[in-house]
Design a protein around this ligand. Structure first.
Ligand code: TXA
Ligand code: MG
Length: 358
């Protein structure tokens, strides 16, 4: 069933009494869905203790039914109603990083387990560092189950407009809190086993976690069997995304782009996200300059969506200076990564052109 989707800008003091927050809280209490900003990406929230409400998230996003969602709290003490934080050093860790972009996976308790865990015995929980998210959770008076507010398989949304692009007509309300500061999803840390393991890299790194936890932390990718989200395809825009490796010279890039733009006529566009130096201008080339620190991460999903909307036929992303979290997202979004050796091949331009779908 199609619903009208409203966007409400939420800012200023006394957010707890803001009409849009009160409206959002009422929708949540009735079992409905509300999209809201967090410091990482926008979330699509529902009452985490209601099976029917959480099922609506899966329908609206077309999310695979076996992929559990994160539960969001506004106070550390709310965690004790959702899961068991048994791990030594766990409390110290959360006191340091909450609110913030760190999600922990712990043994789950009812009723949240039946509603969000999709057959697992564990639950993922985080406290977001965004005043609008915190105000909504408090006003609803209950924890919110919330995955990223995109259609499944699309880039995570970092503005209210991105949410609208994907979910217009499918949800009643989007709370608009501006562009997300971090720009990629939270670190997911599994604390449910004998040793801690990162399931998804994010802004809070392994080193920082290990320091506060007081024990070693296994890196992302080491426990794929524990991470349901990694089984599914992710973030693939229509145009093929090609990563440019660290060892590729700027001159080699300029030459390839020149060849490509000469051969791609008739309004066919090439998108290029630069982290080292913006390449030389050529016909049909659109460059997004992200050479400042943190700009690549903050704008990554936004840039991919922008270039996709402009109907680019190829999207290049420089991996120079990108940390582990972005390399993780880039490897999921891209069809290949070019290294210096690829540029020795005189047929490289043909190979790249052959990646464009008919
Ligand atoms: O920054 C974020 O984490 C955002 C904002 C909205 O908070 N949320 C987000 O949710 O990215 P989502 O659903 O797009 O990603 C949740 C990830 C998925 O990879 C899922 O498989 C994993 O967390 N996850 C959830 N529950 C889990 C569990 N019990 N065990 C292992 N992984 C779990
Ligand atoms: Mg997601």
């Amino acid at each position: 069933m199609r619903v009208e989707t409203l966007i409400a800008r939420v800012e200023g003091p006394a957010l707890d009494r803001h009409p849009a927050i009160l409206e959002g809280a009422a929708i949540i209490r009735e079992g409905g869905l509300v999209a809201f900003p967090t410091e990482t990406v926008y979330g699509l929230g529902a009452d985490a203790s209601s099976v029917a409400a959480v099922d609506r998230i899966f329908q609206a996003k077309k999310r695979p039914p076996d992929n559990p969602v994160i539960v969001h709290v506004a106070e550390l003490r709310d965690l004790s109603r959702i899961g068991r934080l048994d791990a030594a050093g766990g409390r110290r860790l959360l006191e340091r990083f909450w609110p913030g972009p760190l999600t922990v996976v712990v043994p789950a308790l009812e009723p949240v387990r039946s509603a969000v865990c999709r057959g697992l015995e564990t639950v993922a929980v985080r406290m977001p560092a965004h005043p609008v998210a915190l105000a909504l959770i408090r006003a609803a008076g209950r924890p919110l189950a919330a995955p990223s507010a995109n259609l499944s398989g699309r880039p995570s949304p970092t503005t209210a407009r991105h949410v609208l692009e994907d979910l217009e007509g499918r949800i009643p309300l989007i709370l608009d809190g501006g562009q997300c500061d971090v720009g990629i999803e939270s670190t997911v840390l599994d604390l449910s086993g004998d040793s801690a393991a990162i399931l998804r890299p994010g802004a809070v790194g392994a080193q920082q976690i290990a320091e506060h936890l007081g024990s070693e932390v296994a890196l992302a990718g080491s426990r794929p069997e524990r991470s349901p989200g990694t089984r599914h395809r992710h973030y693939q825009p229509r145009a093929p995304v090609i990563a440019i490796g660290l060892d590729v010279s700027s001159i080699a890039v300029d030459r390839l782009l020149e060849t490509l733009s000469g051969r791609l006529r008739h309004h066919r566009l090439i998108g290029y996200i630069a982290t080292r130096r913006a390449p030389k201008a050529s016909a049909g080339l659109q460059v997004l300059d992200r050479t400042g620190s943190g700009l690549l991460t903050r704008n990554f999903y936004r840039d991919i969506r922008h270039l996709d909307r402009r109907e680019s036929h190829l999207i290049f992303v420089e991996a120079v200076g990108a940390g582990e979290p972005i390399m993780d997202r880039l490897s999921r979004a891209s069809v290949c990564s070019l290294t210096r050796k690829d540029f020795d091949d005189p047929g490289l331009a043909d190979r790249v052109l052959s990646l464009i779908p008919e």
